[in-house]
Ligand binder design. Structure first.
Ligand code: TNX
Length: 765
C-alpha cells in the first residue's frame, strides 16, 4: 500500500513539474523586468531575523546594506552581515566575479532550501539580483519570510535605461526625488535625467549667480487648467524652490548607491526664461522678463554673445563639479529663432562665422558649449533639435520627435537615446476614463509603452549599434503632487523597464500583465501609488465584410470577465458576459467593464459607433500616416468610431507634414450628397487644421471628378467636423483630400516644424 501511495506521489510530482513547465515562470513569479531565464524548483527558503548575509568581499557590503534596508522597510528587522568565502547553510551569500556580458549588470540568483546564492558580474550585478530578490519577497509583515526556490540568469539588453523628471514646471522635494530613484532602481533603470532648468523655474543652486536662487527659482503664480483653455486663468501664489548644492550632492550619492547615473539638464538656448528674468542682459532685447507662469514655448532665449557664454560656462563649471557622471544635457529643444532674426548682433555673428542661418547659429552655439564640456571631460547630450545645422562632434542625441532624428544621428555614427513622444511621454493620458486627472494630451496606455521598440527596423545592423538605449520623460506642467508623479510613472515604468532590460524574444503582453497584477500586491504593501487603468476593457474594431463593423472586447487581466450592455445602462455583475465579437451595420452603444465576481475592477468603457455608407468599406491611403500614429491603418477612418479626446494613437491617424488622400470603395454605385471629415486642432501639440479639403468621385477608381472643394479662407477651424455638401451624385469611389497646413508659422508652438494633420473619421451619406 505504502509503495502504491509513493508511486502516486511520484506521478503527481512529475505531473506538477510538467504543469509548471508548461505554464512557464512568467505567469507565476511577479518579476519585472522579465529575467532572461528562470527555472523554478520545488520548495522554499525561509528568512528569519537570525538569517545572516555573507559577503565574499567588502566591496559588496553596500549591496548587503541595501538588502537590509528592504527587510527593514518591509518586515521591520535587518540581518547581520559577515564576510565569508562561501555560502553557509541558511545564509544569503553575495559574491561577484560572474563572467560579464557587454553591458554591466549580469547576475545569477539561486534560491535553494539551504541558502540564497547571488553572483553578479560586479557590485552592479549583485545589486540587480537584490532587486529581483526584493520582488520575490512576500507582501505582509512576518518574522518568517519564505522565498520560492528558483534559479535565475539575467543581463540587461541596453546600456541606457533612463527615466526623466521635470522639476522646473513643478518642484519636488529631495526626499521625494530619492523615492523616485527607488522606483527606478526597483526596475533596474540606470540613468536619471534631471530636468533642472526651464522657463518656469531654475532649480539648481549656482553659487556664482545668487539671483538664480532669489529670482529664477520663483514665479508669481501659475496657469490654472489646461494650456489650451480660454480665457487664460492664473493663481497668484508665489511658487518655487531649488536644490542647494549640498542637496544635489546627496541625491547624486544616493543614486550612485542604486547604480544610477544622474544626468543634469541645463536648458539652452531656449527654455531659458527663468534665467533671463534674473539676468536679462543675456537676452537679445535686454528684457525685462518674469519667470514663466504659463506653459509652452517662449520667444525670449539666450542671446549668443560673449556674456552669455561666460555665464553658461561658469554655470556648467559648477554643474560638472556636482555630477560625477559622464553626461551633461544641454537641452537644445524648441528654441524659437525670432529674437535672433531681429538681433543685429546675432546677424553679424552669422556673417562673421560664415553660417547659413539661425539654425546653423544654434548648432554653432551648441558646438561651442560641447567644446567647453570636453575641457571638463564631459559628454554633451541634447534633444534631437541639436541635429539641425549640424551635430557637435561626439554629441549624443535624445530623439523625442519620433524616431527620425535618432535614426539620422545613428547613421552619422552618434550615440542615440530613443524617447519618441508616441511611446515615452508619461505626461500623456494612460486611460480614456473621463475621470482621469488632467494631463497634457495624447494617449499612452501601458500596452503601447510595452510595444515600444527602440531600434527602428529602418536601421542597418551597423547603425543600430548606436542606439544605446531608451528613456521615458515625465514633464510636469500638469503634475502638481508627488502622488500624481507616481500615478503617471507607474505602472508605465514597469513596461518601459522590460523594453530596455529584457530580451525582445521574451516580451509578451498578456504574461507581463499577469506578472504585473501580481506585483501590484507589493506596490500596495509599500504604499506606492499607481494607475489601475490596466483593468479597463480594451476594444478593437474590424470591418465586417463590407457590412458595418465587428467590435471585439478584451481585457489583459485574465482573472476577470467582461460584462457589457447595448442599451446605455451601466453594466453590473448580472449583465451579459462578453463571449464573441459584436456585429452591427447600425449605430451601436457599447458599455463594458471587467468584473471579478461581484466586484467591478476597472472603469466602464463606453463607445458609440455611428454607421454610414462608408463604415467598414475598403479604403486606400495615398500617403502613409506617421509610424507613431497609424494604428488601425486606413480603416481607422471608416470604423464608425469618432476619435476620443484626449486624442490618441488608437483612433486617430497622424500625418506629419503630408496630406490625407483617401479613396473609399463603396462596393457598388450609391447615391451620395454629403461627406464629413473629422479633424483635430491642437496647435499646442503642433496639430493644425487642414489648409484645403476636397471630395472627388469616380465610377472606375481612377478617373475622378471634383464635387466639392474649400480652402483655408473659407474653412472654419472652430469646427472639429468639416461638413461637405454637394449635389447628389451616384458613385462607387469617393476620394477625400485634406491638405496639410504645411510648415508651422513663426510665433506658434513648434514654429518651423512640419505641422501634423490628425484625422479620425470620414462619413459618407
Ligand atoms: C516638449 S520634449 C518639451 C517640453 C514639454 C513637453 C510636454 C521636449 C524636449 N520639450 O518642454 O514639457 O513637450 O510634453
Amino acid at each position: 500500500m505504502i509503495t502504491r501511495i509513493r508511486f502516486y506521489a511520484f506521478i503527481m510530482m512529475l505531473w506538477t513539474a510538467n504543469a509548471l513547465h508548461a505554464q512557464t515562470y512568467h505567469d507565476r513569479l511577479p518579476l519585472i523586468p522579465a529575467p532572461d531565464s528562470v527555472r523554478e524548483m520545488a520548495g522554499q527558503f525561509v528568512i528569519t531575523p537570525q538569517t545572516m548575509i555573507v559577503v565574499s568581499d567588502d566591496s559588496l557590503r553596500p549591496e548587503a546594506f541595501l538588502l537590509n534596508a528592504l527587510f527593514q522597510k518591509m518586515y521591520g528587522f535587518s540581518l547581520t552581515i559577515v564576510k565569508g568565502e562561501k555560502p553557509n547553510a541558511g545564509s544569503l551569500f553575495l559574491a561577484s566575479g560572474l563572467a560579464s556580458g557587454k553591458i554591466p549588470g549580469a547576475y545569477q540568483l539561486k534560491v535553494t532550501k539551504n541558502h540564497v546564492f547571488i553572483k553578479g558580474d560586479a557590485a552592479v550585478g549583485v545589486f540587480y539580483a537584490v532587486q529581483t530578490l526584493g520582488q520575490l519577497l512576500p507582501a505582509g509583515k512576518s518574522n518568517s519570510i519564505t522565498v520560492p526556490c528558483v534559479e535565475i540568469m539575467d543581463a540587461p539588453r541596453f546600456s541606457w535605461r533612463g527615466m526623466h523628471l521635470d522639476v522646473s514646471r513643478h518642484f519636488f522635494s529631495v526626499e521625494f526625488v530619492k523615492r523616485y530613484l527607488d522606483h527606478l532602481a526597483r526596475y533596474k533603470m540606470n540613468y536619471f535625467h534631471w530636468h533642472l532648468t526651464d522657463d518656469q523655474g531654475w532649480r539648481i543652486e549656482i553659487k556664482r549667480y545668487p539671483k538664480l536662487q532669489s529670482v529664477s527659482a520663483w514665479r508669481n503664480g501659475t496657469r490654472i487648467g489646461h494650456y489650451s483653455e480660454q480665457p487664460e486663468r492664473y493663481d497668484s501664489i508665489r511658487y518655487g524652490g531649488f536644490y542647494t548644492q549640498e542637496e544635489i550632492r546627496s541625491v547624486v550619492e544616493y543614486a550612485a548607491k542604486l547604480h544610477i547615473t544622474v544626468v543634469p539638464e541645463i536648458e539652452m538656448p531656449g527654455h531659458a526664461l527663468a534665467a533671463l528674468a534674473a539676468y536679462p542682459e543675456l537676452s537679445c532685447t535686454g528684457g525685462p522678463f518674469e519667470v514663466g507662469r504659463t506653459w509652452g514655448v517662449f520667444q525670449d532665449v539666450f542671446c549668443p554673445k560673449e556674456e552669455t557664454f561666460e555665464f553658461l560656462e561658469n554655470v556648467l563649471t559648477e554643474v560638472c563639479a556636482l555630477f560625477p557622471g559622464p553626461y551633461v544635457h544641454v537641452g537644445g529643444d524648441e528654441c524659437p529663432k525670432d529674437r535672433w532674426k531681429e538681433c543685429a548682433r546675432c546677424q553679424s555673428l552669422i556673417k562673421k562665422e560664415g553660417l547659413k542661418d539661425e539654425h546653423e547659429l544654434q548648432s554653432w552655439f551648441v558646438q561651442r558649449i560641447g567644446r567647453f564640456l570636453q575641457t571638463k571631460n564631459k559628454k554633451l547630450i541634447g534633444w534631437d533639435e541639436i541635429l539641425e545645422g549640424g551635430l557637435a562632434p561626439d554629441a549624443t542625441v535624445m530623439s523625442w520627435r519620433g524616431y527620425s532624428g535618432g535614426n539620422e544621428a545613428a547613421r552619422q555614427k552618434h550615440d542615440v537615446v530613443m524617447t519618441p513622444t508616441g511611446y515615452c511621454y508619461f505626461d500623456y493620458f494612460q486611460s480614456r476614463n473621463s475621470s482621469e486627472p488632467l494631463a497634457i494630451g495624447g494617449y499612452l496606455p501601458l500596452e503601447r509603452v510595452y510595444a515600444f521598440e527602440p531600434v527602428s527596423a529602418e536601421l542597418s545592423a551597423e547603425d543600430a549599434r548606436y542606439i544605446i538605449g531608451a528613456q521615458a520623460n515625465l514633464w510636469t506642467e500638469y503634475i502638481t503632487s508627488e502622488e500624481k508623479v507616481e500615478y503617471m510613472l507607474l505602472p508605465r515604468l514597469c513596461a518601459l523597464s522590460e523594453v530596455v532590460w529584457s530580451e525582445t524574444g521574451s516580451r509578451n503582453y498578456s504574461r507581463f500583465i499577469s506578472r504585473l497584477t501580481a506585483h501590484f500586491k507589493l506596490l500596495d504593501y509599500l504604499g506606492i501609488n499607481y494607475s489601475k487603468a490596466v483593468f479597463d476593457v480594451q476594444s478593437e474594431v474590424m470591418p465586417n465584410n463590407g457590412r458595418g463593423v465587428s467590435v471585439s472586447l478584451s481585457s489583459p487581466y485574465k482573472l476577470g470577465m467582461i460584462r457589457y450592455t447595448l442599451d446605455g445602462v451601466d453594466p453590473d455583475h448580472s449583465s451579459p458576459v462578453y463571449a464573441a465579437p459584436i456585429l452591427s451595420d447600425q449605430s451601436l452603444w457599447i458599455k463594458a467593464a471587467v468584473f471579478d465576481g461581484f466586484t467591478r475592477k476597472g472603469t466602464i468603457l463606453e463607445q458609440v459607433y455611428r454607421c454610414n455608407l462608408a463604415t467598414g468599406k475598403e479604403i486606400v491611403l495615398a500617403n502613409k500616416p506617421d509610424e507613431e500614429y497609424c494604428r488601425g491603418g486606413g480603416f481607422t477612418l471608416v470604423n464608425g468610431l469618432t476619435g476620443s479626446l484626449p486624442w490618441n494613437g488608437a483612433d486617430w491617424l497622424g500625418f506629419r507634414g503630408t496630406d490625407l488622400v483617401a479613396v473609399i470603395d463603396l462596393g457598388q454605385a450609391m447615391s451620395i450628397s454629403r461627406v464629413a471629415l473629422d479633424v483635430l486642432r491642437d496647435e499646442g501639440s503642433w496639430i493644425h487644421y487642414p489648409r484645403r479639403v476636397e471630395v472627388l468621385v469616380s465610377d472606375n477608381g481612377s478617373d475622378f471628378t471634383s464635387v466639392y472643394s474649400l480652402s483655408k479662407e473659407y474653412l472654419d477651424p472652430a469646427n472639429r467636423l468639416v461638413k461637405m455638401k454637394f449635389d447628389r451624385v451616384k458613385t462607387r469611389y469617393v476620394k477625400v483630400v485634406a491638405e496639410n497646413a504645411g510648415s508651422i508659422p513663426d510665433g506658434m508652438p513648434g514654429a518651423g516644424n512640419p505641422a501634423w494633420l490628425f484625422v479620425d473619421e470620414i462619413s459618407v451619406e
